[in-house]
Design a binder for this molecule. Structure first.
Ligand code: AMP
Length: 160
């Protein structure tokens, strides 16, 4: 773990959602990263500012720097772990852009050959949440169990 990162402990707030510490695998003074309830691809995680605010444009320069520095640290580790050299990074910044959880979050998705029939279909899958946070009709992915998410977070924590 880097000198700026903290060991995992208490949970964090992800908008209105209380995320248990077991789901958080990386933290700095300004940023945390959590494993996803419904990953679009294996290794799809979320990186968030600690302060719960919906818009990227609400963040201070210091929060933006720490967020993107942390994204880079996590992206490098995920690409090594998933044996790839490509990732999709995405922010749905506001409800009209598809944001369902009103707390800035960068989606980090390691990409693999053939993971989608059309490469940009990844963005359709990122959209498969309704604006009120409920499941979209065409979303047949079950949410993962707390145990599955804990196991992934434990494995990811060991990478830093
Ligand atoms: P967006 O649609 O861009 O706001 O993305 C919301 C993301 O939050 C999706 O990737 C969801 O799978 C994820 N998500 C929603 N609830 C939880 C939760 N309790 N734990 C982890 N990830 C969540």
């Amino acid at each position: 773990m880097s000198s700026d990162a903290r060991a995992h402990g208490d949970g964090v707030s992800f908008g209105p959602i209380a995320i248990p510490g077991a789901q958080v695998f990386y933290e700095t003074s300004q940023t945390f990263a959590l494993v996803n309830l419904k990953p679009v691809v294996p290794g799809h995680v979320l990186v968030c500012p600690r302060r719960s605010t919906p818009k990227f444009t609400d963040l201070s320069d210091e929060e933006i720097s720490d967020l993107w520095r942390t994204v880079a640290v996590i992206q490098r580790a995920l690409e090594r772990e998933h044996d790839t050299s490509s990732s999709t990074l995405a922010i749905q910044d506001g409800p009209l852009a598809g944001q369902t959880v009103p707390h800035v979050h960068v989606h980090v998705l390691p990409r693999r050959v053939g993971d989608f029939a059309r490469n940009d279909d990844v963005y359709d899958d990122l959209e498969r949440w309704n604006a009120d946070g409920s499941k979209a009709l065409d979303d047949d992915r079950p949410p993962r169990s707390a145990e599955e998410m804990r196991a992934e977070a434990d494995a990811l924590r060991a990478l830093f």
